[in-house]
Design a protein around this ligand. Structure first.
Ligand code: GLN
Length: 490
C-alpha cells in the first residue's frame, strides 16, 4: 500500500475491518513526514503527540464497537492560519512566530468531534498573500512534481502535504484562489466553497468578504468528505448560511442521468492568448472527455472579467489593511521597540511584516483614504457587483462554467518574485469566483493518484457553480476522475 493512495473511505473501511489500526497508520505517516519533510517544507509544525492521542482514542472506539464517523482516524493537515488551541498559529508570518492558539477554530472543533487526526500546521504565504509559497517568512515549499518549481500558494504546504501522501486531505483558505491554484499546480482536487458555507471563526482574517476555508485532496470523494466535516451554519460566524447542509452522499448519488441533463458554459473571455499551450491542450482534451458524457456545451460571455483582477487588488488590500491593524504589538504580535507607543507600533510592524504584507497594507490604506475612497474603493465595489451579475446572467442558461484553473502550470522559483503584477496574474481565473461568492472546484486533467513527477506538470480544470451547488461540481469531478482512471488502466 502506497501512502499516497490512502483515501478517506479506504481508511474508514480498513479500520472497521481491523486491517490496520489508526495508531499504526498515524505512526507510519509521522515517520514518513519526519524523514521527508525537510526536503519539501510542507509543515511548519507537526502535532505528533496530539495525533497519536487521537489515533489511540479511535482504536479504543473501534475495540468498543462505537459508531465510527467517516473522518475518524483520517489524517488531515491544517493551513497555519487556522487557529488550534495550544498550538502555534503563525499565518506564515514573523509577527506571529511565537503565537499559540487560544481556542479552536470552528472547523477544528468539528474535525475533532469527528475524531479526525490533526497532523499539523502547514506552510503558507504570509497572511495568505501570494501565489507561490515564496512569501512564507520561514522557508519555501517545493512542488513534488518538480522541486525547482513552486507548489502554488498561498496554501502551499497544505497542497504539498496532500500530494506527498503525508495526509489524506488538508484545509487551506481561499481569498482569491489560494486552494484552487496550488491544487492545480500539484495535481489535486481543490474546492472553494460558496461564501457562507464554512465558518470563518478562527481563520486569521485576510479579506473577510472574500475568505473561505477550503479543502484539498487527491480524490473528489476525499474532498467531499472533508467538506461535509467542516461545512454548515455556525452561531460564531454571522455570514454562515442557516439552511445549508452538505452531504458527501449526494455526490455518490449523482448519476450518469443527472450528468446528461447538464449544460456547461465556456466563457470566451477566459480562453485568450495568455494561456500556455500545454494548458490549452489539456483543457481541450478534458472538454472532449466531458462531451462524451453527453453534457451540452455552449459559449458564454462574462464581459466584466477583464476588470476582476484590478477590482480584487483594491477590495482585498482595503480589507487587509483593516484586518491586519490588530497586529500592533499590544493586542497581537510579538512586541518590538518601546520608547514610545508610536515606536512600538513602528518597530513591531516594520520588523514583523514581510514585503508583500507591507505592500498590501499600504495599498489598502491608500484606496480607503478620504481623497481616494470614491475613486478606488467605492468604484471597485460597483465593479464587483457587475462581475457578480455577469455570473448570475450566465447561470440562467448554463448549470456550470468551465475554465482553465490557471493560465500556466507551476512556474519556477524566483520567476515572478521581482514583479508583483506577474505574480498577481496567475490568479486571473480564480479571483472572479471569490468576488462573486460562488463555489468552484479544480481537478487535474490527468489521472489522479499519479505518483508525483511521472506525467509532466499537472494541469487543472476549473468548474464554477451556482451558489451552494457544491454537490453538482463534485459530482461532475467524480465522473471525470473515474473516466480518466478507466481510460488509463484500459
Ligand atoms: N494569490 C492571491 C493573493 O495573493 C490569492 C490569495 C488567497 O486566496 N489567499 O491574494
Amino acid at each position: 500500500m502506497h501512502l499516497e493512495e490512502l483515501s478517506v473511505e479506504y481508511i474508514h473501511h480498513g479500520l472497521l475491518a481491523k486491517d490496520f489500526s489508526a495508531t499504526e497508520l498515524v505512526e507510519a505517516l509521522l515517520k514518513y513526514i519526519e524523514d521527508r519533510d525537510a526536503e519539501y517544507g510542507a509543515f511548519l509544525h507537526v502535532m505528533a503527540d496530539d495525533s497519536l492521542k487521537t489515533a489511540r482514542e479511535v482504536d479504543l472506539n473501534i475495540a468498543r464497537g462505537d459508531d465510527l464517523p467517516m473522518l475518524a482516524g483520517v489524517p488531515i493537515a491544517l493551513k497555519d492560519n487556522i487557529v488550534v488551541a495550544q498550538h502555534p498559529t503563525t499565518a506564515g508570518s514573523r509577527i506571529l512566530e511565537h503565537y499559540q492558539g487560544a481556542y479552536d477554530a470552528t472547523v477544528v472543533k468539528r474535525l475533532k468531534a469527528s475524531r479526525a487526526v490533526l497532523m499539523g500546521k502547514t506552510n503558507m504565504d504570509e497572511f495568505a498573500m501570494g501565489s507561490s509559497g515564496e512569501n512564507s517568512a520561514f522557508f519555501p515549499t517545493k512542488n513534488p512534481h518538480d522541486t525547482t518549481r513552486v507548489p502554488g500558494g498561498s496554501s502551499s504546504g497544505s497542497a504539498v502535504a496532500v500530494a506527498l501522501g503525508d495526509v489524506v486531505c488538508a484545509l487551506g483558505s481561499e481569498t482569491g484562489g489560494s486552494v484552487r491554484q496550488p491544487a492545480s499546480f500539484c495535481g489535486l482536487v481543490g474546492l472553494k466553497p460558496t461564501y457562507g458555507a464554512v465558518s470563518r471563526y478562527g481563520l486569521i482574517a485576510m479579506a473577510s468578504s472574500l475568505d473561505q476555508i477550503a479543502p484539498l485532496g487527491r480524490t473528489t470523494m476525499d474532498v467531499a468528505h472533508a467538506f461535509e466535516g467542516i461545512s454548515g451554519f455556525d452561531t460564531l460566524d454571522g455570514t454562515t448560511a442557516r439552511e445549508y447542509t452538505f452531504r458527501a452522499e449526494a455526490v455518490k448519488k449523482f448519476s450518469l442521468e443527472s450528468l446528461r441533463g447538464l449544460t456547461i458554459g465556456i466563457p470566451k473571455e477566459y480562453f485568450t492568448d495568455g494561456i500556455a499551450q500545454e494548458t490549452r491542450t489539456e483543457v481541450d482534451a478534458a472538454i472532449a472527455l466531458l462531451k462524451s458524457f453527453h453534457i451540452a456545451f455552449r459559449e458564454i460571455s462574462l464581459p466584466h472579467t477583464e476588470y476582476a483582477l484590478a477590482c480584487y487588488y483594491i477590495i482585498m488590500p482595503a480589507e487587509v489593511s483593516s484586518n491586519l491593524a490588530r497586529f500592533d504589538g499590544i493586542r497581537f504580535g510579538a512586541r518590538k521597540g518601546g520608547a514610545t507607543l508610536l515606536d512600538v507600533y513602528e518597530t513591531t510592524r516594520g520588523e514583523g511584516f514581510g514585503r508583500e504584507a507591507t505592500r498590501r497594507i499600504l495599498l489598502g490604506n491608500y484606496v480607503l483614504s478620504a481623497g481616494y475612497y470614491d475613486a478606488y474603493y467605492l468604484k471597485a465595489q460597483k465593479v464587483r457587483a457587475l462581475i457578480a451579475e455577469d455570473f448570475a446572467r450566465a447561470f440562467r442558461d448554463v448549470d456550470m462554467i468551465l475554465t482553465p484553473a490557471t493560465p500556466t502550470p507551476a512556474f519556477k522559483f524566483g520567476e515572478k518574485t521581482q514583479d508583483p503584477v506577474a505574480m498577481y496574474l496567475s490568479d486571473i481565473f480564480t479571483v472572479p469566483v471569490n468576488l462573486a461568492g460562488l463555489p468552484a472546484i479544480t481537478f487535474p486533467t490527468r489521472a489522479l493518484n499519479n505518483p508525483p513527477g511521472n506525467d509532466g506538470l499537472p494541469v487543472g480544470v476549473q468548474l464554477i457553480g451556482k451558489h451552494f451547488d457544491e454537490a453538482t461540481l463534485l459530482g461532475v469531478s467524480r465522473f471525470y476522475e473515474e473516466a480518466v482512471r478507466v481510460n488509463k488502466s484500459g
